[in-house]
Design a protein around this ligand. Structure first.
Ligand SMILES: *Cc1c(COP(=O)(O)O)cnc(C)c1O
Length: 420
């Protein structure tokens, strides 16, 4: 930006100039987004790529309706988990055969934590962040319920710094690459190296980094990772998640959800389980093929993108929003909790403010869709694919208006919905 905030007229002109100078502007046409909506929640549910409708239509009408059961072979439905896994692997710095698409992030975490424990059979501690996405912690508790010999230590409760909590008792460290609330980005290379120095296995949760910044799992010598595809990867509501295991570990890993899709020879219909030797060992049962096909449309789009350029645009977007909010809205008790250091932040900006819930409801009614996370955080996720600098400026201006005029005080904005 360069210049300091000097009124909304100037900010609008400046963001419009940024859009004109920006070669990415056309990508929005690849998405179906209502014209009157400024969609800033792609960190929760990415927008719909138009190509997804074509894929779903082909999968439903041609492959399902006409092909029927034959499509498991003729449309290679049975191979999609690995095939799309290879496509996604390229996005997160993994090799072919190291990623498989399946199930949900929560389920994959269950497998990954057990997998990590199976690689360190003489250790009995899982280390995680108390600030983790709650499902990650609930799943760690679930793992512990099946392994009473295992205990859980939490950064923020049992100690205050993950790095200083690493010791030779630790079997597995579970780390969220980008914090779902603050948007803080962890240093994958440094933390993986520190964990390895004490002999621990690291499970990276990439839910808030896959598809929004360059991830280099093998460059960091990562062990295991999971992530979801319905956030920045635009795979659609409930799109299947992914799991990564480094090649050096795969043969040694055990995971407990031993369903027939993970069997070495599923159609032998053996009485006993014999796991696949490759990445398919992480599969459990039949996968949601229609959702797979929606995801394919998005993976095809990402294949053509330069992730370094995407990251640069993402950082410019979050910087613009932080600057506009900082310079126009901080009088209203609002605080930016996302790191200002570009090396330390992901693709979203989080603010704390009193009455955050009501303010977000007022924003949504005004056509600016972000979300709210208890107790007092509002989040704005910016997509370099379909958002513009103009929209970001407009969103900040509307936020400013709602705060200045106290529009959020309207009674209807305090009614709590089931999903925030
Ligand atoms: C979104 C998210 C999840 C979601 O898990 P699901 O099983 O897909 O519901 C898990 N972990 C993190 C860090 C997330 O951001």
């Amino acid at each position: 930006m360069g210049r300091y905030f000097d009124g909304w007229e100037q900010a609008r002109a400046q963001s419009a100039a940024m859009d004109r100078a920006d070669p990415w502007g056309d990508l929005r046409q690849l998405f179906e987004i209502p014209d009157d909506i400024i969609y800033l929640d792609g960190n929760s549910l990415g927008a719909a790529p138009k190509a997804a409708f074509t894929e779903i239509d082909i999968a439903a009408r041609e492959e399902w309706a006409s092909g029927l059961i034959r499509s498991w072979n003729t449309a290679q439905w049975f191979a999609l988990a690995e095939r799309y896994g290879d496509q996604l692997a390229a996005l997160v710095g993994a090799d072919d055969g190291e990623v498989v698409i399946c199930d949900t992030t929560s389920l994959n975490l269950y497998k990954a934590l057990h997998a990590g424990l199976s690689l360190r059979p003489d250790r009995f501690v899982i280390l995680a962040e108390a600030s983790s996405f709650p499902s990650d912690l609930y799943i760690a508790e679930g793992v512990r319920s099946t392994r009473p010999d295992v205990s859980l230590r939490l950064e923020g409760i049992d100690g205050d710094d993950l790095e200083n909590m690493l010791d030779e008792d630790i079997a597995v460290v579970l780390i969220n690459h980008v914090d779902y609330r603050t948007g803080r980005l962890r240093d994958m290379n440094a933390l993986t190296a520190k964990a390895h120095a004490v002999g621990a296995i690291v499970v990276w949760d990439l839910c808030h980094s896959a598809g929004i910044l360059p991830v280099d799992l093998n460059g960091a010598d990562a062990d295991l990772a999971v992530g979801c595809t319905y956030k920045y990867l635009n795979g659609g509501p409930g799109a299947p998640a992914f799991i990564f295991a480094a090649k050096r570990h795969i043969a040694k890993i055990r995971q407990p959800l031993s369903g027939w899709w993970g069997h070495a020879d599923p159609f032998a219909f053996d009485v006993s389980y014999r796991e696949d030797r490759g990445i398919r060992k992480f599969l459990c049962g039949t996968q949601p093929i229609l959702s797979f096909r929606a995801l394919k449309a998005s993976l095809d789009m990402f294949e053509k993108l330069d992730m370094q350029a995407l990251r640069a645009r993402s950082l410019a977007m979050t910087a613009l929003f932080m600057q506009l909010v900082e310079e126009s809205c901080t009088d209203f008790g609002l605080k930016i909790i996302t790191p200002s250091d570009p090396d330390r932040r992901g693709g979203q900006v989080a603010l704390t403010l009193p009455n955050g819930y009501e303010v977000m409801q007022a924003l949504i009614e005004a056509g600016v869709i972000g979300d709210f996370r208890a107790p007092n955080i509002i989040r704005f996720g910016f997509s370099p694919l379909y958002n513009s600098y103009g929209e970001i400026c407009r969103a900040a201006e509307i936020l400013h208006r709602i705060l200045e005029n106290e529009e959020w005080r309207e009674a209807r904005f305090s009614k709590r919905q089931a999903v925030t």
